[in-house]
Each structure stands twice: as C-alpha cells, then as structure tokens.
Ligand binder design. Structure first.
Ligand code: SF4
Ligand code: MG
Length: 324
C-alpha cells in the first residue's frame, strides 16, 4: 500500500513558565511525546483517546499550524517540519482540516459563496467565473444547492454548517483531510449523516482521512485502522477488527469496556479505570498508564514500553502485550 503520511517520533513539549520572568522554563507539558505512525493512501485512520491526550495538538503539528519540538512529518516523502511558512502554504492545498465547532469556524459576515471561495482566492486559483462554478459544484457535492450560496452561516443548522466546512475543505482538491472532532458537536442522527457524506466523498475523490475523536462509537463507523492515544503517546494501533475484537493494550480494553453494548446479548465486563487521569504536565515515569493499569509490574514504573509489532502490523506499546 502507498504511504501518504509518515509521522516519526513527533514531539511537542510546551514550556511552563514558573517563577522569574527571565528564568528558563524547568517544566514542560509533554502534549505529544514521541508519536510514530503511517497513514496509507485512501484509508481512514481513526485517532481516539480521552480529551487532553494530545490528539488535537498532533493534528496541528501535522499541518504545521504549530511547529514540533522534535520529529518529522513526511507528506508524500517531503518533511513538512523543514519547510518555511511560504513553502508550507503550498502544501496546505493538499492537507486540509475540518474542526469541531461548526458555529465558530465560519465567519458570520460572509456568505456561503464567499466562505467556500476563500481558499481559491488565497491561493489565486481560477478566474472569477471558474471560482463561482466551483462553489456551485461543491455545494451540490456536499448535499446543498446553489440557492444556498448567497445566504449567511446563521441561516443554517449545525449539520448544514458542517457541510459548508466540508465544502471549504475540498475546494482545492486535497489529498489528506484531518477531521478533528468534526461531528462531536452534532446530534447523533446528524452525526451519522455527516459521516456517511464523508465516506461518499472519500470514494468519490480518493481522499485520505485522519479522523480524530474521543468517541469510540463515532470512530468505529468510519475508520479502517485506529490509533489509540494516551497522554501524548500512541499505545495501540491496528485495523478496525484488531482494535474492537482483540484489543491488547489494557487502556484500549478499558476504553472499549466503557462503550455501551451493541446488543443486550453481548456480555461485556466493564473495566473501571482506577486513579485520576494524570496530567501531561507530569506524566508518570515508565509506562504513562502504570498508575491506572491493573496489570502494572515493577518494570512498568521505570521502563517505557515502545510501540512495536505484536502481530502482522497490529502495534502495541505494553510490556505484557500478548500475555494478558
Ligand atoms: Fe500496564 Fe505495564 Fe502494559 Fe503499561 S506496560 S499497560 S503498566 S502492563
Ligand atoms: Mg481536542
């Protein structure tokens, strides 16, 4: 399979200012702490984890909206981390993001046409006539119509606004679209509609998705593979079947056991996570999960498990992978 994106040992450590104004920061929030994975062309890679685990920071590092402390982001073989802002602007045509809040992400003073046209203007693509034609095309593609072009965002429902955001993201024919909690603010029935739309668009335009969500129920409907994050690290990565049918990491199992059962016949024992979610400011030594893990050994307190191949590409970061 063709790899479109390779993230290698990506880190973002935010300095915490404490004490004197000019003193060097002595503490860091390790929002993203050594993350590596590949994204294959045409797939949807789901990224799940509790809020504060570094999912959104990672998305912003990939698009270079924030610059990493270390690591590389190879997009079609080119390391985005080394690019200047000017060079990065060109790459942003091919990598688009769709954010969570369909209310805040659209400028209320602009018409739908202006909003969808904006990326074309920024990148100087097409004549006025071609731009208008493109907007009309995109409105139809996302299930709206040209009659909506002259309206303003407040005239639309949350689901429709997210359709407008999707149209905007597709304006420049991207290869990779990163959805960060893109349906989380919507009602469940509307979530399903938007996810189905995203799936249709994926096959229609050969899109690759990274789909970030705290909600395992949402991620399961769209993802081919899933990466589970915990405190700035990927702890497990596998296909949909591997993660949902045979999760190996104790954290993945705990997350899944908290998801409501699909049918009353399915016996699932809920694993209650003990302990508070530790802060990324002071992540525990060794395995970040050891304070909440029912299987933790002495070694887990000091040795950091690396994400390694457990079986045919199913990756697990746990000293006891396969033994639990
Ligand atoms: Fe639990 Fe140890 Fe595995 Fe971490 S490495 S998940 S503490 S068993
Ligand atoms: Mg987030």
């Amino acid at each position: 399979r063709e790899t479109i994106l390779q993230v290698q040992d990506l880190k973002k450590h935010f300095p915490v200012k404490d004490g004197m104004l000019f003193s060097k920061p002595s503490r860091f929030v390790k929002a993203v702490d050594g993350v590596s994975f590949d994204v294959f062309k045409g797939e949807t890679l789901g990224i799940v984890g509790e809020s504060g685990c570094g999912k959104s920071t990672m998305a912003r590092l990939i698009t270079q909206l924030i610059r990493p402390t270390a690591g590389s982001v190879l997009f079609k073989g080119k390391d985005l981390v080394t690019l200047s802002e000017q060079e990065m602007k060109k790459e942003r045509k091919s990598i688009q993001m769709i954010f969570q809040n369909p209310y805040a992400s659209l400028d209320p003073r602009k018409t739908v046409e202006q909003l969808i046209m904006e990326p074309l203007l920024i990148h100087g693509v097409g004549t006025k006539l071609e731009q208008k034609k493109r907007v009309k095309e995109l409105l139809e593609v996302v299930g709206l119509s040209e009659y909506h072009a002259q309206r303003y965002p407040h005239e639309f429902s949350g689901g429709q606004r997210q359709r407008i955001n999707i149209a905007r993201a597709l304006t420049l024919n991207p290869d990779l679209v990163i959805c960060d909690e893109s349906v989380s603010a919507l009602d469940v029935s509307i979530q399903a509609q938007v996810i189905n739309l995203l799936k249709d668009l994926q096959s229609q335009f050969q899109l690759t998705y990274m789909f970030i969500s705290h909600d395992l129920n949402v991620v399961r409907y769209i993802s081919d593979r899933i990466a589970v994050m915990y405190l700035g690290r990927v702890v497990e990565l596998g296909t949909y079947e591997e993660i949902y049918r045979s999760p190996q990491h104790p954290y993945t199992r705990a997350l899944l056991s908290a998801v409501p059962k699909e049918s009353p016949f399915e016996e699932k024992q809920q694993i209650i996570l003990s302990g508070d979610v530790p802060s990324p400011m002071n992540p525990p030594s060794g395995c970040h999960f050891h304070k909440r893990c029912p299987y933790a050994t002495e070694a887990c307190k000091t040795d950091s498990p690396v994400l390694r191949d457990y079986q045919n590409g199913h990756m697990v970061a746990c000293h006891l992978a396969g033994e639990i």
